[in-house]
Design a protein around this ligand. Structure first.
Ligand code: CP
Length: 654
């Protein structure tokens, strides 16, 4: 059966949105056919809600349907560790439609992939809240009579506000001018701005107070990012200079609506660091300003202190009406989706190009730590849209689940097992590999080499350490560790997977020989989305995750160069607990650190350039080979030899 989900506002065409708003009008007028009789809606809310949940439940009941729910997902099997994928599979066999709210970005999309019935996103992390946008558009249209040409000021926490992200895309589509007033540090994320520009041709045009009027009349849409004094001027007590600047800037602009939002403190790591003094607020001052006499005030609610209760008594405060429209709008949406299901109407908007999904067990991960692909890999696999339009021709990955974007650093050819840094000259080659499902994308050289990929073209290899030297270096490191370890009971040797783990086991063996006791060894997976720490030895049936709290940790890796891998490993360790100390042991130190990390124990210092590669080959991974360390140079990707190598990947040999 073809189903129709609503995950982002982009899942609806403009025409469909208008159809739903018209249907909401009919619902409000009392046209309540029992279109959902015999239908069951399940509400799965992993985060608190008043309006969205209850208005959905009221809407379903008004249409003759019924509702099943968990009063609190903490009392569902999620508390026992059930994945969202399994929950979606199971509940979709009990209900005809799922309404999902989750604290992870992209969770609704992940659940939609496992559910056999339509899934509606009722808010996923900081990503989107498309049904709130339908309510917002309906309210604006009802109040103002039309959308195109209105000017809406969106203010508050634009970074984490999911209602804002969905709304701003929709406003752009309907030709509404948008002025943004972000609280300090909570500006619109880059990925939202980029999408506004790329998909909706909404120009980012920071406008000075002097030329604001000219830009306003000459362009179809204004995108304005005022600086902090403007925010203060608009919302709180201001000094005379700012007030004058503001008046000049605002002259000629008619603000039709202010859309106010609260600070999303639950999404700000470590709580809010801002004092709150400069957070945009609407109160008495706003109401007294003549130029705001016809400006309505909207708020998705709940409010905290950014919207004064004095506004409740003013005709311009329409946020309770906005919340009330939640029922007819969601009735209209339910009818629309069930109609689509009956007609077998597939999603009308399919904008995304072919997605990239790594065929390798390792590969680029979404840069957003709250993305479902990072938080629950069992329910989703990283998938990305490739954008060849980054600054300077950079290749950008856009996460299919949460829309976050980041730059590709290394690309590989899966058949020839070769990799190289990405640059603009490789665009056609990469498109071709993508088409043939032969593309691999890596976050780092280490990741590529973990999978046995080699650089595309390299110079002759030179062995700089042999088996005996490696053994001697590890013995020396072990002796030094022992000399500096006061409490062997607290010692934990942690290797960075894969070669760091092998070296950690060898170092632990040396330590055991010298001190005559068992040393605990673990490994860290710096590229894994979960289960980052594992015990390797002793394997005595104890829990698999070694304890790091209050331990004296020796972190081990084969080579240190930029220091970024070690930094990732340290953040994993500190995420798991606060150790007593962390000391770093590496077989090779190449120098040239990008982050301030200094190894305590070094087997050999080999200062080497960006164009050189140092590889540690260990018999455990290389099989029949002996241990050795080799060095070679990489031939530049802008070199013509490199270009020809890329066009004939299967023949490329170093
Ligand atoms: N606007 C909104 O999403 O409110 P709830 O969190 O109460 O559902």
């Amino acid at each position: 059966m073809t189903k129709r989900d609503l995950i982002t506002i982009e899942d609806l065409t403009d025409q469909e949105i208008e159809e739903i708003l018209d249907l909401a009008d009919a619902m409000l007028a009392g046209a309540r056919e029992r279109v959902c009789a015999e239908k069951i809606m399940a509400t799965l809310f992993y985060e608190p809600s008043t309006r969205t949940r209850l208005s959905f439940e009221a809407a379903m009941q008004r249409l003759g349907g019924s509702v099943i729910s968990c009063p609190d997902m903490k009392f569902s099997s999620a508390a026992k560790g059930e994945s969202i994928a399994d929950t979606a599979r199971v509940v979709s066999s009990y209900a005809d439609i799922l309404v999902v709210r989750h604290y992870w970005d992209g969770a609704a999309q992940a659940m939609a992939e496992y559910a056999d019935v339509p899934v509606i996103n009722a808010g996923d992390g900081s990503h989107e809240h498309p049904t709130q946008t339908l309510c917002d558009l309906y309210t604006l249209k009802k109040e103002k009579g039309y959308l195109k040409g209105l000017t809406v000021v969106i203010c508050g926490d634009l970074k984490h506000g999911r209602t804002i992200h969905s709304l701003i895309y929709a406003l752009a589509r309907f030709g509404v001018h948008v002025v943004t007033l972000a609280a300090g540090g909570l500006e619109l994320p880059h990925y939202v701005l980029e999408r506004l520009q790329r998909e909706h041709h909404y120009g980012l045009a920071p406008v000075s107070s002097e030329d604001l009027h000219a830009v306003f009349t000459e362009t179809d849409a204004i995108y304005l990012t005022p600086d902090r004094p403007h925010q203060l001027a608009l919302f709180t007590q201001v000094d005379g200079t700012i007030q004058t600047r503001l008046q000049k800037m605002a002259a000629g602009l008619k603000f039709d609506a202010f859309y106010v939002t609260r600070r999303q403190k639950e999404r700000i790591k470590g709580g809010s660091t801002e004092s709150g003094a400069d957070y945009p607020r609407i109160g008495e001052n706003f109401l007294r300003e003549r130029r705001f006499k016809d400006t309505v005030i909207m708020h998705p609610l709940p409010r905290v202190d950014e919207l004064s209760h004095e506004v409740d008594r003013d005709r311009r405060g329409i946020y309770f009406k906005q919340a009330a429209y939640g029922v007819p709008v969601r009735m209209a949406l339910l009818q629309f989706l069930f109609d689509a299901l009956r007609k077998g109407a597939v999603r009308a908007v399919v904008k995304r190009e072919a997605l990239y999904e790594s065929r390798e067990p390792l590969g680029a991960l979404c840069s957003n730590g709250n993305c479902v692909t990072r938080t629950e890999s069992a329910s989703s696999r990283p998938r990305f849209e490739l954008l060849f339009t980054g600054p300077g021709g950079a290749l950008i990955l856009r996460c299919f689940y949460c829309d976050h974007q980041f730059k590709v650093r290394y690309v590989g050819h899966a058949k020839s097992r070769r990799y190289c840094p990405y640059d603009i000259t490789l665009e056609d080659t990469v498109r071709d590999w993508l088409k043939r499902d032969e593309l691999a994308i890596f976050d780092s050289i280490k990741q590529a080499e973990e999978l046995g990929y080699e650089p595309y073209r390299s110079g002759p290899q030179r062995t700089i350490m042999g088996e005996a030297q490696i053994r001697a270096a590890l013995e020396q490191i072990s002796e030094q560790i022992l000399e500096e370890s006061e409490d062997l009971d607290s010692l934990l040797v942690l290797g960075i997977r894969t070669k760091g783990s092998i070296l950690a086991l060898r170092i632990a063996r040396e330590l055991e020989k010298r001190c005559g006791r068992k040393i605990e060894v673990g490994e860290i997976e710096v590229y894994g989305p979960g289960d980052d720490l594992r015990r390797l030895s002793p394997a005595d049936g104890e829990p698999e995750t070694p304890r790091v709290k209050d331990r004296s940790i020796i972190l081990v890796d084969d080579v240190i160069h930029t220091g970024r891998t070690v930094k990732s490993a340290l953040s994993i360790i500190f995420k798991c607990g606060r150790p007593r100390s962390v000391r770093l042991a590496v077989l090779i130190d190449r120098g040239h650190r990008e982050v301030p990390v200094k190894p305590n124990y070094v087997g050999k210092h080999i200062p080497s350039s960006e164009r050189e590669r140092v590889r540690v080959k260990l018999r455990e991974v290389e099989h029949d080979e002996k241990d050795k360390v080799i060095i070679y140079s990489i031939i530049s990707p802008d070199n013509s030899d490199q270009r020809s190598a890329l066009s004939a990947p299967a023949d490329a040999k170093s």
